[in-house]
Design a protein around this ligand. Sequence first.
Ligand code: 5GP
Ligand code: MG
Length: 465
Amino acid sequence: MNNHYPKEACGIFGIFGHKNAYELTYLGLYSLQHRGQESAGIAVLNEGKITCQKGMGLVNEVFSPGKLNFLPGSVSIGHVRYSTTGSSMIKNAQPFIVNYQQGSIAIAHNGNLVNTSKLQNKLVADGAIFQTTMDSELIVHLIARSRKNKVEDRVIDALGRIKGSYSLLFLTSENKLIAARDPHGFKPLCLGKINDSYVVASETCAFDITNAKYIRDIEPGEIVVIGKDGVKSIKPFPKASHSFCIFEYIYFARPDSNIFGGNVYLARKNLGRQLAKEWPVEADMVLSIPDSGNYAALGYSEESKIPFEMGIIRNHYVGRTFIQPFQRSRDLGVKLKLNPINEVIKGKRIIVVEDSIVRGTTSRIRMKTLREAGVKEIHMRISCPPLRYPCFYGIDFHTKEELIASSNSVNKIAKIIGVDSLCYLSLEGMLKSMPVEGTNFCAACFTGEYPVPTKEKISKYDLEK
Ligand code: 5GP
Ligand code: MG
């Protein structure tokens, strides 16, 4: 597997004009932890100078009391980076700060660019030195090379040259917080307010914890400049068709967030209801694989009128840091995290609802544990269609080979995983279950139809294989 790819599925938070900017960013990042567990960082602007604290690990590990001190300043941005094996590097932690001719700038990026190689090669040929393997670094290079006077114009120059998915926050020494979302709007980004201070976050759950009031989403293709004189909205790019990442609703975002104009919990419940309509089966109970499968399982149970049981219990104290040193086998790690209740499921025909199957490896182990607990039949129901195509826009599956559904039929997957029946939600059913009618989604991981051409990434992967 190509672990050397930078993983760009992240969470970002920013605040302008609040004396407790640092603490609020810390809280915001805490609530966005699900979007990235590899590293965390906060950059604060104070008297024209940007200071940054970042480290590897969870928010409460990086910013544990006594370890890192409060940073004064009223403007701040923060970032959490997605965790996968292999590419954990402190130099890739964000916010990433550079000093250049016009001042300093810090960047926090959620997304993945698809046209970086060509641009980067050109800059390197010109003598540019790249310090990280992040595509986000390219953006600050382009900003630094722009000849425009105002920082927002330099940002426009830079963003005009990049393609792919980006929800971005910039903190600049000109005392500005700049938020930007790519013209397709792949990744969510929301604008809120705490009294007179503005906040921007990947998801609204970060507003709830900071007592911010949601104002609106940053629009696709919009650049919002927040400064002493208030908020300025710029839409410098030609309009593009929207391609909101549907996997945010299926798995990635937190259920208590509203993104893309709708609530994630309700969307997931709807997916479960639709799944029950499409794939009914006689059984004694509906079980979920906690936590991500809970909401679709509830919907399935309500629609099918088959009782919902919490037949599998999740150990919430299993963290990556604990598992990894002791993990002799994958089975052990999976078992430690989830444990079935034999007394509930023994001898029963169960429907197991799961939000998605990616590689199929954890599902196989989980089904084995259910068998060992004595279930009679397992009918697995998945609240999205088969994941057949890699994502180049920021979700963590970059190759076809790692996706079990790319090379196996549904029947074959059922055999591999060890279930009596396996059914996936249809593409139409998934789209029908989305909260806001008429929303255009990116569903490339299911259909292979990529809204932004990804040739460069694909050929890059082929070369590196
Ligand atoms: P699998 O059986 O494919 O190994 O694992 C399926 C599980 O992975 C599901 O419980 C699903 O919630 C979870 N999952 C879905 N997408 C992702 C992802 O992008 N990253 C991680 N770490 N887990 C995911
Ligand atoms: Mg899950």
